[in-house]
Design a protein around this ligand. Sequence first.
Ligand code: ING
Length: 313
Amino acid sequence: MSRILTVGAAQLGPIQRDHSRASVVQRLIALLHQAHDHGVQLVVFPELALTTFFPRWFVDDISEADHWYETSMPNADTQPLFDEAKRLGIGFCLGYALIHTEADGTTHRYNVQTLVERDGSIVATYRKVHIPGHEHNEPDRPFQHAERYYFEPSTEGFGVWRAFDGLIGMMICNDRRWPESYRVMGLQGVEMILCGYNTPIHYVPDPSQDILQGFHNALVMQSGAYQNGTWVVGVAKGGVEEGVDSLGQSMIVAPSGQIVAEALTTDDELIVARCDLDWCARYKDTLFDFDRYRRPEMYGRITSQRGTVLPND
Ligand code: ING
């Protein structure tokens, strides 16, 4: 009997700076209700789904940004979402900023996603591995993308968890552009990767890429899905948020690399697909039978090098 997981990609339109978490949670719950009407078992929300994308501003005293972070999950603002999802028997994946104080009193700031099962239990929280953008204020930019100032990179890497009757992995935004993200989860047998993103259309370091944002978004998720025989669910926070135009184009990609559902707007929009997790085996057991065809002894550079080492002339 096929393991069909009906998944909903719950795209968000802009969250402006003055939008309260309570108002955003109401939007998330409205998408949850739409999902329930479609028989959805797992809803995926975007990266930083509770607030505006605050790394677009730089504050010299980082503690002035503390209010953009959650200190726990769930919390008073998000408990209504957790309660309603449990009542409806729907699991979800939620992206947000987390401020975490270790036992030794050190403070850590992460860009995370938390996966919640249909019974309301927390499966796991993933911390973003690839942190794009810049560390310091760049006042000449039209907007900052200072994620490397506001977030520490994960030291835990990419996990895969047994949930929703399958093998579920998570990545966040820039992670989707790196093939290693998919392969590390592929080597754990992943059958569905959940990925929220906030992607400005305008790429300040090279504006020639602006027109290609949609093409690149699809390219990386379709190739990652196909090359690892996994479903990929990419979910945007799109539209014009505090003057910055951000990509929508949320999509659900099959292990074949085919896009089976795609958002039509840059607003709050739910797209749904019935995902046969057994379809993954068509690729994992043939073309991408890793144990039979991979040559890790030839891949040493991938883990021994960070940057490029040119051949000796
Ligand atoms: N955003 C981006 C992403 O990889 C980026 C980084 C910024 C890409 C601007 C293009 C333009 O989609 C995040 N949040 O990782």
